[in-house]
Design a protein. Sequence first.
Length: 313
Amino acid sequence: MLSRRSVLTGLALMPVIARAAENYAIEPEQIAQGIWMVRGADAPIQADNGGAIANIAIVDTPAGTVLIDCGPSLRYGLALKRVAEGLTGKPVTRVYVTHLHPDHGFGLGAFDTTRAAALPGTIAAIAAQGQGFSDAMYRILGDWMRGTDLLLPRTALTAGQEDFGGRTLRLLALSGHSSADLALLDEQTGLLIAGDLVFYDRAPSTPTADLLAWRASLDRLAALDHGALLPGHGPLDPGGTAAIAQTRDWLDWLDATLTDAVAAGLDMVEAGMLPIPDRFAGLAAARYELQRSVSHLYPGLEARLLPRVDRPD
C-alpha cells in the first residue's frame, strides 16, 4: 500500500503539478483608508489557482499590520507576509483566521502563531477536522502545498473588540457557514469584513453549513450599522447590503429547493441537476456549488423528512 508521502511525491512529479511551482500573484487593491483586499479566484480550489480563492484583508494600524485570513498554503502565507509588510512598512502583529476552511487559514505557517487569533469554536474545529482538509488540499494541489503544516491559532477570541494603537476592530462571533464564523468591523471606516458568511456574485459553499444559523447571522450583519462589505469570496460590495441579500436569497432558495426535492423523491443526481433561477445566472460556480450542497445537505434532509419504514415511530 502506498504511503501518503509516496503518493504526494509522485504527484509532485506530474507535469500539471510541476507548473504549480510558479509563485502566487498577490495584488492588493485599496478599498478603504489603510485597508487593502487581495481578491481570490472565483473558482473551486484547483491546481491552476493554487487554492488561492479566498479574499484576504490587509489592515494598516499604528501598532502594525493586521491580516484577516492568510490563504491556503505556506507558500501563499510567505508571499502575503512579504507583500503586506512591504505595503505598510510594519511587521504583522495579528492574523485573524475567520473559520476552519483551508483556503482561509492554511497559510498560518508563515506567521508567529502566538499572534494568530480565532474563535474558540474555530480552533476546536481545525483541531478536529483540519487533517482531513489538509489531506484533501495536498491531493488537489500537490506542490503548491509543499511545507504546509496544520497549525492552530494560539489566541482564542470572544466577541468584543481589539485596539491596535488607536485603530479598533470590532469582533463579531457568529456561525452558520461553519460552527464558528468571525466577522470584523473596522470602526475607523465602517468597512465590514464578513468572511465566508457572505459571498458576492459567487455561489456560497456549504461543506460545514447550518443553514438556519447562517441565515440568523446574515440577519445580524444586515442590522449592523456598517459601510462597504468585503465578502469571503467575490468582489467588494460598496453599499454593504447587496451581498448580504444575495447570499440570503441563495440560501433560502437552496433550502426550499432541496426540501422540495426530497419530498418529491428525487435522488441526489436529479437534485443536482435542478434548474437554477435566472436571478442567479451571474453567480460564479453556481452549478458546482449546488451539486456540492446536495452532497452536503441531502442526507440530513432525507433523514429528517423521510420516515423509516423498517421500525415503528
